[in-house]
Structures are given as structure tokens and as C-alpha cells.
Write a protein that binds this ligand. Structure first.
Ligand SMILES: [Fe+2]
Ligand SMILES: [Fe+2]
Length: 309
């Protein structure tokens, strides 16, 4: 990059303006964004699987319609984000290959199994809730296409969170057995949800640079605390217990104290040893292979349409 281009970039970042696809940008900024947006897109796509697992077994037509809409939204989020990544000069083919070979990651939360219908509610409440905490600040991220995709996505995420909460609230008003299902589900998903914000700030090598570039607006630990403060009153309203004995109101900080997630488990899942990593990727590979004829037909059609136009 020339000195002038470099200065223009720095000034745009300093003004909190957006960098657009045709603007000059440092290679490291471009690569950091590709890595982050790709990981985000892959998470939306892989994230369809744990809940998709329950579509055929939804307890009522209403629940089925809600769940179908939610899982379809996640597919849409993946597509917005792949498009945003493509504006940085990476192809969709390459992104897909990087997901399937494990060269790029997706959120570890989706490597946990869904064992009961209560998990659909818990994922909406906690996992989409954590996603909202992560994503709302990203609406102001410095890269234009990413920020604009996030604005659309966040509107749908709040529906996801509410449908999850409403499902759990309904179950909590039901039988003892239903209440026990909710509690068991929350016990399994609480700690992995806290891990969604990434490692503690001290072990997060990219955070400082990402914040200097305006890609990230808050650190992992800040976002995690924000999520806990938002969620504890909701847990109380639901009548579920969050499985953390260290959880307590800290009047001095006007915020909750909470325990440390098991970071060894976190790194094991990131490295591929979670309960469902192999299953999620195998399923994605199968879907990709099964879709080959659609891609071929679409290309043939586009060529034909091009010839005639
Ligand atoms: Fe999403
Ligand atoms: Fe969602």
C-alpha cells in the first residue's frame, strides 16, 4: 500500500467511517476480516444442524413452523456473510473447501448434541442470546459489507432469542417432567454458551489488533460479562438455575461475578475433539456432494442465458 492509501485507511478508521470493498486496505486487515467473516458464515451454516435434528419431531405444527423459519433464517445469515467475505476477494468455492477441510473453524457450540426438544428453546435463549451480544456491536464494525449484513442478521436473531425463551417459559408452566427437561438442557448449554465469546482476553492474540482496526468493538471478557448480566434475570424469571455456584451479584461493580468455564474443554472442542465435530463436518460434506447437480445445472443455465442474451 502507498503512504497515501495507508493514511486514507487510518483516517477512515479514526473517523469510525466504513471501509468499502474498493478502498485500499492493509493485507492483514483483509485477511483478518476474511478469517472472521468466514468463521461467522460457517457457524450459521453448521448451526442449522443441531436444531434441524428436531424439525421432523416438533411437538406441534406451530413449533414446527417456528423451528423451520428459524433454521431457514440461519441459512440466509450464512449466505449474507459468504457474500460479504466474497467482496474481499475470496471465492465461495474456497470458503466451502476451507470449512470442509477444517482449515477454517466455526463456533464450537455447534459441536454439542441436541438431546431433547428443550434444547431448541435453550439454543434460542442462550446461544442466539450470546450471538446477539457478539453481533450487535458488529453492526458498527469498520468493514461496510460486514456491518450491513450484521444489521439484517441482528433483527432476525432477536426473534430467535425470543422464540427460545417463549418455548422454555411454556415448558416451565407445564409438568414437573417438562421443568426437569428444561433444567437438564440449561445445565448442558450454560458453560458452552459462555465459551462462545472466545478465550479470556489474556489468551486472545487477535483482539488488540482487531479493536485497533475497528473490526471488534469490545473484548471477549467484556461481551461475556454483558451476556451474564443480561441472562441472569431472565433465568430467574424462567425459574431455572444456572449451574454455577460462583454466580453472585457484585454491588460494587453493579454486575455479576461468575465462575470460569473449563478452558481445556474449550480448546479440545476447537481442535476437533468435541462430541459432534466429525458428525457435523461429515453431514456438511454429504450435503455439499448431494448438491453438486444443482450447482452444475445453475452454471449450465447461466451459460445458456448468457448465450441468448
Ligand atoms: Fe444466525
Ligand atoms: Fe440465530
Amino acid at each position: 500500500m502507498s503512504d497515501v492509501a495507508d493514511r486514507t485507511f487510518e483516517e477512515t478508521i479514526a473517523r469510525h467511517d466504513r471501509i468499502e470493498p474498493r478502498d485500499a486496505m492493509p493485507d492483514d486487515y483483509r485477511h483478518t476480516l476474511i478469517r472472521q467473516i468466514a468463521q461467522h458464515a460457517h457457524s450459521e451454516i453448521i448451526g442449522m444442524q443441531p436444531e434441524g435434528n428436531w424439525i421432523t419431531r416438533a411437538p406441534s405444527l406451530r413449533r414446527k413452523a417456528i423451528l423451520l423459519a428459524k433454521v431457514q433464517d440461519e441459512a440466509g445469515h450464512g449466505l449474507y456473510l459468504y457474500s460479504a467475505a466474497e467482496t474481499l476477494g475470496v471465492s465461495r468455492e474456497e470458503l466451502t473447501r476451507n470449512l470442509l477441510t477444517g482449515a477454517q473453524k466455526y463456533s464450537s457450540i455447534f459441536n454439542y448434541p441436541t438431546l431433547s426438544y428443550a434444547d431448541v428453546g435453550t439454543i434460542g435463549w442462550l446461544v442466539d442470546g450470546a450471538a446477539i451480544c457478539n453481533q450487535v456491536p458488529l453492526c458498527r464494525t469498520s468493514y461496510g459489507p460486514y456491518g450491513r449484513a450484521m444489521i439484517r442478521i441482528c433483527k432476525e436473531e432477536s426473534f430467535h432469542q425470543r422464540q427460545g425463551y417463549e418455548l422454555l417459559a411454556t415448558m416451565m408452566r407445564g409438568t414437573d417432567e417438562q421443568r426437569a427437561m428444561v433444567q437438564e438442557s440449561v445445565d448442558r448449554f450454560w458453560w458452552p454458551s459462555l465459551m462462545m465469546f472466545g478465550p479470556p482476553d489474556g489468551d486472545s492474540p487477535h483482539t488488540a489488533q482487531s479493536m485497533a482496526w475497528g473490526i471488534k468493538r469490545h473484548t471477549n471478557d467484556e461481551l461475556r460479562r454483558w451476556f451474564v448480566d443480561m441472562t441472569v434475570p431472565q433465568a430467574e424469571a424462567l425459574g431455572v438455575t444456572l449451574p454455577d455456584p460462583a454466580l453472585a451479584w457484585n454491588a460494587e461493580r453493579a454486575s455479576y461475578d461468575f465462575g470460569e468455564p473449563d478452558w481445556d474443554e474449550f480448546w479440545a472442542v476447537v481442535k476437533g475433539d468435541g462430541p459432534c465435530n466429525a458428525q457435523r463436518l461429515a453431514h456438511r460434506q454429504q450435503a455439499y456432494d448431494d448438491g453438486a447437480w444443482v450447482r452444475e445445472a445453475a452454471l449450465a443455465f447461466a451459460e445458456k442465458a448468457g448465450d441468448e442474451g
